[in-house]
Write a protein that binds this ligand. Structure first.
Ligand code: SF4
Length: 454
């Protein structure tokens, strides 16, 4: 995958960051990315009954609907990867997984809450969706679309790893309706790529770029990671300069995290890393530098992680819909969904997932049914990552003046220089934007503060 962060889908034993907006300067083992609320550690199997009720209910017509398809295969496991991915599955095993994925979508499509709904977006993530063969890809797309057609979708995103692309595959990707190609470059430096266990090298990036250009997609996004093992100011400047030269429609930048269950975390604990990890202050400085350079080159910030070409109609429907509380079915092992206020996640074991679908059962693992306050906070913290929030949306949707209800939290963040408060608006300062995930626990309800995140 290209670090889309549908959700975290493997146990990382993360704790929510303390509600102070500050972290140690050292990069510690752990992780800070906030992708959902309430924290995953509060989701339980005994709430699955609420999923059945949500699936049996009539959907709210105004609620956006989207589909996420999880393709959990990669050529090689990156040292920082904490996702549910497999690097050892053969062609037939992959085919068996795709059969299960199709069956899952068919089962959903027959439910009253889903039947007849057209997705506004489709997100094909992983893992590495571009690891699939052309035959698998075409068969998957046609069978899924027989259950839930996506020709009317505003956006179909597809994640790619450079070394898995050939021109014919890119043509097939475009042919199935993909509008937004997300390319996981992460860095252009071969030594850094290899130190971090990435499967690709820079020659594979340069090989696939002309094909992407020739085949033509509505949008090309490039993912970078600030602070990979071996990064220096010089190598980062070069990576940013090459990205500027490529002029993609959008660039997404993540600060390197070290979740517990990664090879990198193991290396930190054992003291066996070839070079030390950059501290948080340095990673934020690199992130800031990349934003600055891209802004000078005609981009504008569209979230804490992403810049887009100014005056383009470059959007990210998946992100904006999810952060505004859409219904989304996530199909695939360990995938996450949200329907009518109920969060749910599939089982995270390969065998269990395939077996459930072999018996025509949805492979559900755990769930959480939110109340109105939890839904409000979820949208508030996720939308805050866009860099700006207005009060009108929340008054209209939740009947709540967020600037009154959360006045102490907003005031604390303003005093720390993380936000600027305006007339019925809040705006993250650059300092706030660079550490957005750390600020969010300010808004958590007491029972979720300092709790395990996953
Ligand atoms: S192994 Fe690497 S490419 Fe595959 S999902 Fe993990 S981070 Fe993404």
């Amino acid at each position: 995958m290209t670090l889309t962060r549908q959700e975290t889908d493997a146990p990382t034993h993360r704790r929510a960051a303390p509600a102070t907006g500050e972290v140690s300067q050292e990069t510690e083992v752990g992780s800070i990315f906030v992708s959902n609320y309430p924290p995953f550690s509060f989701w339980h199997r005994d709430q699955l009954v609420n999923v059945e009720a949500a699936l049996a209910s009539t959907p709210h017509k105004a609620t956006d609907f989207g589909l996420y398809l999880h393709i959990p295969f990669c050529r090689k496991r990156c040292k920082f990867c904490y996702f549910r991915v497999y690097t050892d599955r053969n062609y037939d095993e992959i085919g068996g997984y795709l059969d299960a994925l199709v069956r899952e979508v068919e089962l959903y499509a027959a439910q009253p809450a889903i039947a007849g709904r057209s997705p506004r977006f489709v997100y094909i993530g992983g893992g590495t969706p571009s690891y699939l063969s052309v035959a698998h890809l075409e068969s998957l797309a046609s069978r899924i679309q027989a259950a839930i057609p996506w020709e009317g979708a505003e956006e179909v995103t597809f994640e790619c790893e450079p070394g898995t692309l050939q021109r014919a595959k890119l043509e097939a990707i475009r042919e199935i309706g993909v509008t937004r190609l997300s390319l996981g470059i992460e860095n252009f430096d071969d030594e850094i790529l290899s130190l971090n266990g990435r499967a690709h090298q820079s020659k594979e990036i340069w090989r696939c770029l002309p094909w992407i250009e020739e085949v033509g997609f509505d949008q090309l996004n490039i993912d970078l990671i600030a602070g990979m093992v071996g990064e220096s100011w010089q190598s980062w400047r070069e990576t940013v300069a090459k990205t500027v030269d490529l002029a993609p429609d959008s660039v997404t930048i993540y600060q390197m995290e070290v979740p517990f269950n990664t090879r990198l975390a193991q290396g930190v604990k054992e003291g066996s890393l070839a070079t030390p990890l950059a501290d948080w202050e340095t990673k934020r400085a690199w992130h800031d530098y990349a934003f600055e350079q891209l802004e000078k080159s005609g981009y504008e910030t569209s979230s804490a992680y992403t810049v887009v070409r100014k005056a383009s109609d470059c959007r990210f429907v998946y992100r904006d819909s999810v952060w505004h509380g859409c219904d989304m079915l996530g199909a695939g092992v360990a995938s996450f969904s949200h329907l009518s206020g109920v969060h749910f996640q599939n089982v995270d074991g390969w065998g269990e997932y395939i077996a459930a679908l072999g018996e025509d059962r949805l492979p559900l693992g755990r769930a959480f049914s939110t109340d109105q306050q939890e839904r409000l906070i979820r949208e508030l913290i996720l939308q805050l990552k866009l860099g700006e929030l207005g009060g009108g949306y929340f008054r209209h949707k939740f009947g709540v003046d967020i600037f009154s209800r959360f006045a102490p939290a907003f005031d604390r963040l303003a005093r720390q220089g993380m936000v600027e408060l305006g007339e019925d608006r809040v705006h993250l300062t650059r300092q706030g934007l660079l550490r957005a995930d750390l600020l969010l626990p300010e808004f958590y309800q007491d029972q979720y503060r300092n709790a395990r995140y996953t």
